[in-house]
Design a protein around this ligand. Structure first.
Ligand code: C5P
Length: 219
């Protein structure tokens, strides 16, 4: 069973690369960011106080988050709702790091992610995959890119989903989220001693996928 961890900051191309790799290798793809986003979506929907870790933990234990393949797309379900699009909203993006900073929530999510990965070959992307979710992963990649490039990519992605946002606002949001993700005590965003760092600033998705495949095959 092969386990591939892909971590890195927002907008580095992790999910597109992870999705493509998983399709090429016929592995399961697990988008862990979508799980934190789904829970944030539900907290906002139910009016749960985002400062109340206990209430959020309670909510999380009563929330089922799962992925379902729909043709070539992977849909995210929160309980019975297809939240694939809603979880990408600027509102969810602006609150998700707060919820993801709570140790009890992270512990629960990590446990669920490990269960999903158990007995399968997987490509999993997030922030703490190499450190917490799959510490024994066969490969730990850390994808990064310049802030200007990451903001540009995120703007294009948001536009394609129908959101009209300014580059400047996206840039600020990404910087803030990365700072919050890197600063928290548990499961922080960081390069590990055994991470293979790839700067994707001047690379296409295809080039990044090719590079990762070459590294895997070389091993
Ligand atoms: O990957 P994505 O940008 O969708 O992740 C959204 C947020 O979810 C991150 O900014 C981070 O706060 C949180 N997250 C996390 N740990 C993960 C994946 C995502 O804390 N493994």
């Amino acid at each position: 069973m092969m386990k591939i961890a892909i971590d890195g900051p927002a907008g580095a191309g992790k999910s597109t690369v992870a999705k493509t790799l998983s399709q090429l290798m016929s592995y399961i793809y697990i988008d862990t960011g979508a799980m934190y986003r789904s829970l944030t979506w539900k907290a906002l929907q139910t009016g749960t106080n985002l400062d109340d870790e206990k209430a959020l933990y309670e909510l999380a234990t009563n929330t089922n988050i799962h992925f379902q393949k729909d043709n070539s797309q992977q849909k995210v379900f929160c309980d019975s709702f297809d939240v694939s699009e809603e979880i990408r909203s600027p509102q969810v993006s602006s609150y998700v790091s707060k919820l993801a900073s709570y140790p009890s929530i992270r512990q629960l999510m990590v446990q669920r992610q490990q269960e999903m990965a158990c007995n399968h070959s997987v490509v999993m992307d997030g922030r703490d995959i190499g450190e917490c979710v799959l510490p024994d992963a066969d490969f730990k990649f850390f994808l990064t890119a310049s802030i200007a490039e990451r903001a540009r990519r995120r703007l294009a992605e948001m536009k394609s989903q129908g959101y009209e946002q300014q580059l400047e606002a996206i840039r600020d949001e990404i910087i803030k989220r990365d700072e919050d993700d890197a600063r928290r005590e548990v499961g922080a965003l960081k390069v590990l001693p055994d991470s293979i760092v790839i700067d994707t600033s001047n690379m296409t998705i295809e080039q990044v996928v090719e590079k990762i495949l070459a590294i895997i095959r070389e091993d």
